[in-house]
Design a protein around this ligand. Structure first.
Ligand code: ADP
Ligand code: ADP
Length: 230
């Protein structure tokens, strides 16, 4: 079970000699257990800030975020049952694919055998079995993003966060990776929150779509019942 509840969430970035930048203006949103929720809207509307607050990477100005009824506002990122996949992959260049995927588990002191089993399972799921020894620079963009997804999967988190994961890929890779992420959602049965500015991604991937503008939520609806294209 992993229901994410966002209540009156506000983020105002501090600003020198100013009132601050209002990035998120008191939003309320419920993401149901196992739901694939897409946050969509133009650049600067507050999607990424919202996601980073859920991950614990950005301090909350006010409001609460709860997971399964427990307020996580003051929990460190590493203590949240959440994994995030970034736009730029954020892989360690000096580590192999195996080490990149294993790193988070090592940090959390998982036994070696368990780490290896989980890395192999994720690699098989993502078609990366043949690439475990390679360094990221010897991979294509699509493969790098799969490693980044693999690094999230091995933690077996209840909640996955994706911040524009396809935006550095070419058109063809975008379509295939999009399909893979949707399949993973079905297969893992996890709650996923996915940020994009791309309407097609939003419409094809989301169980529901949350449309944001200027730090507010305009509407939340299933793709076919949106009253206007995002
Ligand atoms: P999106 O992900 O929808 O593109 P962001 O959440 O990145 O939007 O940004 C929302 C608003 O907050 C924008 O006006 C942006 O300029 C501002 N912002 C984002 N990060 C910072 C920061 N670290 N400092 C100040 N302002 C920021
Ligand atoms: P150490 O912590 O001693 O540096 P590693 O994390 O490199 O050890 O490796 C731990 C175990 O994970 C190894 O014994 C091996 O079974 C497995 N392993 C490490 N790297 C790879 C790899 N590239 N491919 C497959 N298995 C690996």
């Amino acid at each position: 079970m992993a229901k994410v509840l966002i209540e009156n969430l506000v983020k105002t970035y501090p600003e020198k000699n100013g009132p601050g930048v209002p990035a998120v203006k008191g939003i309320n949103l419920t993401i149901e257990d196992r739901e694939f929720m897409v946050l969509v809207g133009p650049s600067g509307c507050g999607k990424s800030t919202t996601l980073r607050m859920i991950a614990g990477l950005e301090e909350i100005t006010s409001g609460t975020i709860s997971i399964d009824g427990k307020v996580v506002n003051s929990e460190l990122p590493k203590d949240r049952d959440i994994a995030m996949v970034f736009q730029n992959y954020a892989l360690y260049p000096h580590m192999s694919v195996y080490e990149n995927m294993a790193f988070g588990l090592k940090l959390r002191k998982f036994p070696k055998a368990e780490i290896e089993a989980r890395v192999r399972e994720a690699a098989a799921l993502l078609g990366l079995e043949g690439y475990l020894e390679r360094k990221p620079k010897a991979l294509s963009g699509g493969q790098r993003q799969r490693v980044a997804v693999g690094r999230a999967i091995v933690r077996k988190p209840k909640v996955f966060l994706f911040d524009e994961p396809l935006s550095n890929l070419d058109a063809k890779m975008r379509v295939s990776t999009r399909t893979e992420i949707s399949k993973l959602h079905a297969r893992l049965g996890a709650t996923m929150i996915y940020v994009t500015h791309d309407q097609v991604e939003a419409m094809t991937m989301g169980d529901r779509i949350c449309v944001m503008r200027d730090g507010d939520i305009m509407q939340v609806a299933e793709p076919l019942t949106l009253y206007n294209r995002p």
